[in-house]
Design a protein around this ligand. Structure first.
Ligand code: GRF
Length: 202
């Protein structure tokens, strides 16, 4: 079994979309080993538990980033996690975390990277006036929202869009994109060459 560890900070809709994809067999031979939040009041924790998924809070408050990450890494390793999925996890990972799971951490970002990295990507897209935006699932490296891209999905930006309206349209695609990307990585049928993630030729 390919074991997923999912890190969240909030509502956890992408985490739930991954859980659905596992149950429905869209991510074959995989299971969610643990969901970890950096706040105990993240609504996603309860959603995970309702589904019988082990969910733990590892509070950041009162600790250095290093201490906090060391505990998260220990929890992931103790459950033999193969792939770490950031799903609305609102903290930057330090190089030591990235090294501990090199090419085994994914993130989802609500824009077509490399456009609009960082916070409020949907607002950035509207203010820039782009006509299309979307979402990106990528490997995490030391650059903010910068690692090799696995899957992107596109949505139109409408003249009437508010950040909330665009976010809702993108979120529908995020849920599909994340499951597709995790299924590809779990299958092992890809190669990374420079920045390019490609299907392994048959
Ligand atoms: C998503 O828009 C994701 O792209 C971004 O944070 C949001 C998390 O939403 N990184 P959810 O907690 O998965 O519902």
């Amino acid at each position: 079994m390919f074991r997923l560890g999912i890190l969240i900070s909030g509502r956890g809709s992408n985490m739930l979309a991954l859980a659905d994809a596992v149950v429905e067999g869209r991510i074959p031979n995989a299971e969610i080993a643990v969901v970890i939040s950096d706040h105990e009041d993240a609504p996603g924790l309860e959603r995970a538990m309702e589904r019988g998924i082990e969910a733990v809070a590892i509070e950041r408050r009162g600790r250095t980033r290093e201490e906090h990450e060391r505990e998260i890494i220990a929890q992931l390793k103790s459950r033999a996690v193969d792939l770490v999925c950031l799903a609305g996890y609102m903290r930057l990972l330090s190089p030591c975390f990235i090294e501990a799971f090199r090419n085994r951490i994914l993130n989802i970002h609500p824009s077509l990277l490399p456009a609009f990295p960082g916070l409020e990507a949907q607002r950035q897209a509207i203010e820039h006036g782009v006509k299309f935006s979307g979402c990106t699932v990528h490997f995490v490296d030391e650059m903010l929202d910068g690692g090799p891209i696995i899957v992107q999905r596109v949505v139109p930006v409408l003249d009437t869009d508010t950040p909330d309206a665009l976010s809702a349209r993108i979120l529908v695609e995020e849920h599909k994109a994340y499951a597709e990307a995790v299924a590809l990585v779990a299958s092992g049928e890809f190669e990374i060459e420079g920045r390019r993630v490609r299907l392994r030729p048959a």
